[in-house]
Design a protein. Structure first.
Length: 477
């Protein structure tokens, strides 16, 4: 009596690149599955058994492996629930040679076979593998040709001024693939542009928008999720002020084309705003190029927000500070414990550490030197955390990408952490005071043991020289 063949658990995977006709009672995914099921039934004498789970990706390109049901299929393969993957054609699984090589490696590692119903080949010999690679090369070529045709069609449509999708700007709605003006939103757009000319900068305009309670446009995505409806950010507001849709133009790959929708703004108003923004950008680059701030891009508050340099003038004296981005963008509830700190003091602390630890001559190291040794400075409520960059080692290409140094107790082996205690006594108002320049940051006479940190001396009395001109944290818009 012949022994029954070993059971081979078969999973059918189907895919369709577009959503066209997927709503039909019998669509392309059903046709693919029907052919695969018929093939599996023809192999029942070999022990093939169809698994009930469906793996169908409708309306998703084969150029990527980031597909929900494909990932579920791969998860079941890793869990060893599948012995054989059956597809209608090879390009249903993927159209990328690189991705297919990854899939074959995964299949081989878990003892899973791969079968294409309409393409007969045997991957156990060299000729079969060559045939498979040729088929996949043509599949990838076909995908790239399709992508080129789509790009050409989009470019041609843009040249004719047609709206080709994307995020609909504030002031419009998308109706039958055409932008239609929404009167109430259009008035809001005009007000924003006029207000920018009055105030002259993005920051004051943001404050005004928050004061009057204007929110960003609500958008419903194709998956039903609703986004927007929150506070304007600097990036979104900057994009709105530069959007040429408002004067009846579309931009595609740097080229400007006349659009077929009605404009919201007068061209004179739009061009005046662009001229003002360009002047502000030139002034900002000029200021940044000569900025005395040494820690720009390196200093963060305790909530992880980057701190930017700013200044104030009082009786002709210029005072430099670092302010949390959360405060600058009127999100003070998201700011860390210390949202504003005098720049000379924190720069003196960090520069002193670099000069002492690395034997740098002089008292104020250059910006380039600080960047070479400092990875990150975090302003905590009672201390500064200074993470140093690890010493460079010979490059090893097989070790993978380098990882950022993690804070550790000084003098940690990879990224040492220096935490000089900045303020010791609580402030009567509940806000910790910021130390001034006269307070010595630390005593670097001896190296601390691992896990320790160097502390400030006791908080000076108001009568002492070091107690003069103490500043408190100020935040808000």
């Amino acid at each position: 009596m012949e022994a029954s063949p070993k059971a081979v658990r078969c999973a059918v995977y189907t895919r369709k690149s577009t959503e066209h006709n997927l709503d039909l009672e019998f669509n392309s995914l059903d046709a693919q599955r029907e052919s695969c099921e018929a093939y599996i039934k023809s192999q029942m004498h070999e022990g093939w058994q169809l698994l009930p789970d469906r793996y169908d990706d409708g309306g998703i390109s084969g150029g990527s492996l980031e597909r929900p049901d494909l990932q579920r299929l791969l998860a079941d393969i890793r869990a060893r629930r599948i012995d054989n993957v059956v597809v209608y054609k090879v390009d249903r699984l993927t159209r990328s040679l690189t991705d297919f090589a990854k899939l074959v490696e995964l299949f081989d590692a878990h003892g899973v076979s791969f079968v294409s119903v309409t393409q007969a080949f045997n991957t156990t010999n060299s000729m079969g593998r060559l045939t498979l690679n040729v088929l996949l090369s043509f599949a990838q070529f076909e995908r790239e040709v399709i992508a080129e045709r789509v790009r050409d069609k989009v470019a041609a449509s843009r040249r004719k001024g047609l709206w080709m999708g994307g995020s609909v700007p504030l002031g419009f709605i998308n109706q039958d693939k055409k932008l239609i003006i929404v009167p109430d939103e259009a008035e809001t757009v005009r007000w924003i542009f006029q207000k920018y000319l009055e105030l002259g900068a993005i920051g004051p305009l943001l404050e005004e928008l928050h004061r009057v309670g204007l929110k960003s446009k609500l958008r419903r995505l194709t998956n039903g999720r609703v986004v927007g409806g929150g506070r304007f950010g600097k990036g979104g507001l900057n994009h709105l002020l530069k959007n040429r849709c408002y004067i009846g133009e579309l931009v595609h790959r740097g080229e400007i084309h006349a659009a077929d929708h009605a404009p919201i703004l007068e061209r004179s108003l739009f061009e005046a705003v662009q001229a003002k923004m360009a002047a502000n950008n030139v002034e900002k680059r000029r200021r940044d190029g000569s900025s005395p701030h040494l820690l720009t891009g390196l200093i963060f508050d305790s909530a992880g927000n980057r701190m930017s340099p700013t200044h104030s003038l009082k009786k002709g004296v210029r005072y430099r500070y670092y302010v949390s981005h959360a405060v600058a963008q009127c999100r003070k509830e998201e700011a860390g414990a210390i949202a504003r700190i005098p720049a000379p003091d924190v720069e003196a602390m960090v520069s002193g550490l670099v000069a002492t630890r690395f034997g740098v001559p002089g008292t104020i190291p250059s910006r380039e030197l600080l960047e070479a040794h400092i990875y990150k400075v975090t302003v905590q409520a009672e201390a500064l955390e200074i993470a140093l960059r690890p010493a460079r080692k010979p490059e090893n290409r097989d070790s993978g990408p380098s990882q950022p140094p993690k804070p550790s107790a000084f003098p940690g082996p990879a990224g040492p952490l220096w935490r000089p205690k900045a303020w010791a006594t609580p402030h009567p108002t509940g806000r910790p005071p910021i130390p001034r320049r006269g307070m010595p940051p630390w005593r670097p006479s001896a190296r601390p043991a691992s896990g320790s940190r160097k502390s400030w001396p006791a908080d000076p009395s108001p009568k002492s020289p070091n107690g003069k001109a103490r500043a408190s944290v100020r935040s808000g818009c």
